[in-house]
Design a binder for this molecule. Structure first.
Ligand SMILES: Nc1ncnc2c1ncn2[C@@H]1O[C@H](COP(=O)(O)OP(=O)(O)OP(=O)(O)O)[C@@H](O)[C@H]1O
Length: 531
């Protein structure tokens, strides 16, 4: 987390300077308060007014500098939070796809929202506050020493005892917070899972059952929150009680000094003001220390998440494929006891079209996923233009994949097609028309926003838009995983013809429903899982 502090150090240091000046003003004005009282009792009107004027001046100064401090400390915590969220999102995006899929989406959302917010409120916001309070304690203590060393010593001895409370229950505080964050992460993962299956929940009318499970998970998370809060409240209660007790002891000592003639009324007034100034910061300091201690494991876990490597030990990025892709005696299984592909050999040449077919579950998608470097082969090798695929970090630069499920972003049709690259409108409209999407081939439609994952489009339209997006990317290899699934007969036929008309790139189509009569139009048909 220190990285974020460093990057926002200007605001941090500025905040500390302002709070330092504000604290000095706050301490000095205490003396003017005592002066006003003493001069008023002595009947010296001029000195009373002079002291009063200075008092007002210092009060205004304190408030103004305190405001500047608050502004800069807010800038500091917001700046840190902005960078932290950027890093979390960047870390998620930089993972390889297989590692990303290992966790549920909700877990990532929890990291981005709940855990980041916790670090913000309990660490970034606490840091300037810690210094504010510490400076106040140091300066007020110094002023108390100037006023009377005995009162200063008693005050410091008694009022600092609450500071040790958080340290005594440090382990339990940290455990409570870690458990709470874990429970929220689990809960969010479940919620995002249920929401992604919204239609199934409605269709099967299982709202009640889901709600029941939600309540279990939510109650679990909230119980953890309660434990965290209650533990904090207990620590705060002990701290406050000790502080008040200490306060009254110091008050009694000051009163005794007045009775013994060592203190004037003004001195007593100043001393009480100082002790007031000290007691609240000391209670707050105990609370800040409690929060800083409790949040430590969350900061460490976040730092570890952010520092994890991207997953790839391979470094080279794939240049354009010129000649061929070759599976050479490839065997692969997700587990060692079941090989999906056994001694699979197949060569695909650039500019040609291939169909991979076979029964469900035989490993068609797996075979193309090996090309995307999602997994390493168990034995054999895959080569690209004669070079082993294992030397490349990924193959995305040369291959575009279109999956069975159409994925569209909540953005304009244009951006969904171009994926934020510069592509001329004519080209976009031409591609849309070639896929039978004539009704979208106009400027108004291109600029219209597609609602979340294309809720305002039919399944076939979404699929064809995804296909148009892949064609527009123009990589040397195009992989289509079940491009005909969920399409009506006419659209499926149209897509089949369009796929067969594609030229100038290597086309790998994974499908078990391509029209038999058209199979001869492929340059090669590979059947997986044939007994
Ligand atoms: N990430 C994974 N981890 C473990 N097993 C997996 C994984 N992905 C797929 N499998 C298993 O591998 C087998 C082949 O899956 P794959 O998706 O390659 O088949 P497919 O031939 O494309 O099937 P379909 O035509 O139904 O899409 C299946 O039994 C599946 O359960």
């Amino acid at each position: 987390m220190q990285k974020y502090q460093r990057k926002n150090s200007a605001c941090y240091i500025g905040a500390l300077v302002f709070v330092l000046i504000s604290t000095v003003f706050a301490v000095i004005l205490q003396f003017f308060k005592g002066g006003v009282l003493d001069y008023a009792i002595a009947g010296d009107i001029t000195a009373t007014i002079q002291n009063g004027g200075l008092l007002i001046g210092f009060i205004l100064g304190e408030v103004l500098f305190y405001y500047c401090y608050k502004r800069l400390s807010a800038r500091f915590s917001v700046g840190c939070m902005r960078l932290l969220k950027h890093d979390i999102f960047e870390r998620i995006l930089r993972q390889d796809y297989v590692t990303y899929k290992e966790q549920q989406q909700g877990a990532y959302v929890a990291k981005y929202t709940n855990e980041a917010d916790m670090i913000n409120s309990r660490y970034f916001q606490m840091l300037p506050l810690f210094w504010e309070i510490l400076l106040k304690i140091v300066f007020v203590s110094l002023a108390l020493f100037i006023l009377d060393w005995r009162i200063a010593l008693i005050t410091l001895l008694l009022l600092t005892t609450p500071l040790y409370i958080p340290k005594l229950i440090e382990k339990r505080l940290q455990e409570a917070q870690t458990e709470y964050l874990k429970a929220v992460e689990d809960n969010l993962a479940k919620v995002s899972d249920w929401l992604s299956g919204f239609e199934i929940i409605k269709n099967f009318s299982i709202e009640q059952q889901i709600l029941l499970r939600f309540d279990q998970s939510n109650t679990w998370a909230m119980d953890k929150l309660l434990r965290d809060t209650v533990l904090g409240a207990a620590a705060q209660l002990i701290t406050t009680l000790i502080s008040y007790l200490s306060y009254f002891i110091v008050l009694a000592c000051s009163a005794w000094l007045v009775l013994s003639g060592a203190f004037s009324a003004g001195d007593f007034f100043v001393a009480i003001g100082m002790i007031d100034q000290l007691s609240y910061p000391l209670i707050s300091l105990a609370e800040i220390i409690r929060q800083l201690i409790a949040v430590k494991p969350s900061c460490a876990a976040m730092a570890q998440f952010l520092s994890q490597s991207d997953g790839g030990t391979h470094s080279k990025s794939l240049p354009c494929i010129q000649k061929e892709i070759c599976y050479d005696g490839v065997s692969f299984g997700y587990t060692s006891d079941r090989l999906l592909l056994q001694n699979f050999s197949f060569t695909a040449q650039m500019g040609r079209k291939y169909l991979i077919k076979g029964p469900s579950g035989c490993g068609k998608t797996t075979a193309v996923n090996l090309l995307l470097r999602y997994y390493d082969v168990t034995s054999g090798r895959i080569t690209l233009d004669g070079l082993p695929i294992s030397q490349y970090s990924d193959t995305y630069s040369a291959m575009t994949v279109v999956r069975q499920e159409a994925v569209l972003f909540h953005d304009t049709l244009r951006n969904n097609l171009t994926m934020y690259r510069d592509v001329g409108d004519d080209m976009l409209m031409e591609t849309l028309k070639s896929l039978g999407l004539d009704r979208f081939a106009n400027l108004q439609s291109l600029d219209a926003v597609i609602t979340e994952n294309g809720a305002n489009l039919s399944g076939g339209e979404k699929k064809r838009i995804c296909l148009a997006r892949a064609l527009l990317r123009d990589t040397s290899v195009l992989i289509l995983d079940e491009p005909l699934a969920n399409l009506d007969e006419n659209t499926a036929k149209r897509i089949e013809d369009l796929l067969l008309s594609i030229s100038g790139k290597l086309l790998l189509v994974v499908s078990h429903q391509f029209t038999e009569e058209k199979l001869h139009l492929f340059d090669g048909v590979v059947t997986l899982g044939a007994q």
